[in-house]
Design a protein around this ligand. Structure first.
Ligand SMILES: NS(=O)(=O)c1ccc(NC(=O)NCCO)cc1
Ligand SMILES: [Zn+2]
Length: 260
């Protein structure tokens, strides 16, 4: 209806936000031929307990599926990581069209969306809020989405989205195993040191970007775009689209690959 202003550029995304001394900002363009194979990189080991899934909510930037991270029940280790990391939430970034939407790019190639599984170092810290301030306090797995066949595992999440259309809406969400959103091959990835891609943009993230994408249907992605940036009370509603940050300078960082 006319009440909904389509794909208003959300103020937060206009241009790269300068971060004082920000020389390891994310996202970046991964120049595949410039990535360096590192034989020391191990396969990722994820061990997610679907019973730790708690709620799904619209935080005004994306929608988050939050996990109980008070114990080591849903964890990530291996890969480039020395410690054990606890899953706290996952979310996505997407465009208003299938032509763009991802945060990272591969040789400048944009994907329609990108999944982020957010973990914090539970060997060293006792809370996300502590870990987010520390070098390598966080580990985020990035998975590219392409439009194709319907993703059966995603559908349970898609069906919950109409209930959290507006900013700050929350619904209970249980028994979802995020492993179903990982690609078949999780041995091949790129990794680099970077930052959160939304405020506070802290430079505490070991990024692990999967080489293999997952496929979701056009209709499933359209439901992501039916979410709103705005709360129910606001006069003008803004479609939640283009919630990605622009690529940031590499500043001499090396992107390592786990595969040749
Ligand atoms: N897009 S991103 O870099 O993966 C990212 C992850 C977590 C956050 N912040 C966060 O998780 N805050 C506290 C609990 O939600 C912000 C950005
Ligand atoms: Zn993200």
């Amino acid at each position: 209806s006319s009440k909904y202003v389509l794909s208003q550029m959300h103020p937060m995304w206009q241009g790269p936000l300068a971060v004082p001394g920000g020389d390891r900002q994310s996202p970046i363009d991964i120049v595949v031929r410039k990535s360096v194979f590192d034989s020391q990189l191990k396969p990722l080991v994820t061990d997610y307990d679907p019973d730790t899934c708690q709620q799904i909510w619209n935080n005004g930037y994306s929608f988050l599926v939050e996990y109980d991270d008070t114990t080591d029940k849903s964890t990530l280790k291996g890969g480039p990581l020395r410690d054990k990391f606890r899953l706290c939430q996952f979310h996505f970034h997407w465009g208003e069209s299938n032509a763009w939407g991802s945060e990272h790019t591969l040789d400048r190639r944009l994907f329609p969306a990108e999944l982020h599984l957010v973990h914090w170092n539970s060997d060293k810290y006792s809370l996300f809020e502590e870990a987010v301030m520390e070098d390598n306090g966080l580990a985020v797995i990035g998975v590219f989405l392409k439009v194709g066949k319907r993703h059966e595992g995603l559908q349970k999440l898609v069906d919950a989205l109409p209930a959290i259309r507006h900013k700050d809406s929350v619904v209970e969400f249980n028994r979802f195993n995020p492993a179903c959103l990982l690609p078949a091959n999780t041995d091949d990835y790129w990794t680099y040191h970077g930052s959160l891609t939304t405020p506070p943009l802290t430079e505490s993230v070991s990024w692990i970007v999967m080489k293999q994408h997952i496929e979701v249907s056009h209709d499933q992605l359209a439901v992501f775009r039916s979410l709103l940036f705005t709360s129910a009370e606001e006069e003008v509603q803004k479609s939640m689209v283009n919630n990605f940050r622009v690529q940031q300078p590499l500043r001499g960082r090396t992107v390592r690959s786990s595969f040749t």
